[in-house]
Design a protein around this ligand. Sequence first.
Ligand SMILES: [Zn+2]
Length: 279
Amino acid sequence: MELGNQRSSSNVEDRRGIGMVGGGIGIGGIAVAVVAYLLGFDPGTAIQVGQQVSTHQESRPAAKGAPADEMGQFVSKVLGSTEDVWSAVFKRSGAQYRAPTLVLYEGQVRSACGMGQAAMGPFYCPNDEKLYIDLAFFRDLQARFRAPGDFAQAYVIAHEVAHHVQNLTGQFRKMEAARGGSAAQRNQVSVRMELQADCYAGVWGHYAGTMKQLDDGDLAEALNAASAIGDDRLQKQTQGRVVPESFTHGSSEQRVRWFKRGMESGQPRACDTFSAATL
Ligand SMILES: [Zn+2]
């Protein structure tokens, strides 16, 4: 990626190296796991029931603004790029974009949706409008999912930002509405939500391309990442078999296809997975 001319976003909270104090297993463990499930934490495999919650406090306040280190700068510039793109897209339809905050953390983190753990992968919490990214996931992308490259990492951030866009546009409420349904119905809604987020990440990629922020090979990196973190691929890696009813993000092929749709069109309305007859 070419982010040299991109401004860094200051909507970053650096909670790396901030320890947690306190302890005990909160009674909210299972409830948090359910919330995590409904929100479609990424990648959807590693949600653990019975996490420690609620009694932890962070030992000192987080640093605000773009961090100075290379990884922190990269993340802040990608976030800045998503802010520029989505502000313009919202403006065109007469709306105003409210930017989310990106929280960098290590190990575990307190969010308004409960405790987050690195094992869950990156996630978005609509209650505090923050995206939580553990940089260890980027190392995982490379080592475990074999999806290296800076644009692969940017894609992950753009996907979480896309969940924030869904929150602003009211799409997120569909998850809430599905809560009373069967597990299969909830998974269906979750898959549509996730594929729409992939498509929105593609919309960002479209404009990042027109802003000359992409290099040759970046698209291939993003598609490789989208494909590597498809539910079928993840399930095969973690369980050795594929159970489509339990997909919460969509298959590798679907994730790639919806990302491409956003990338090629640059149009959020091309991302209506909820009206699509086939995904
Ligand atoms: Zn997602």
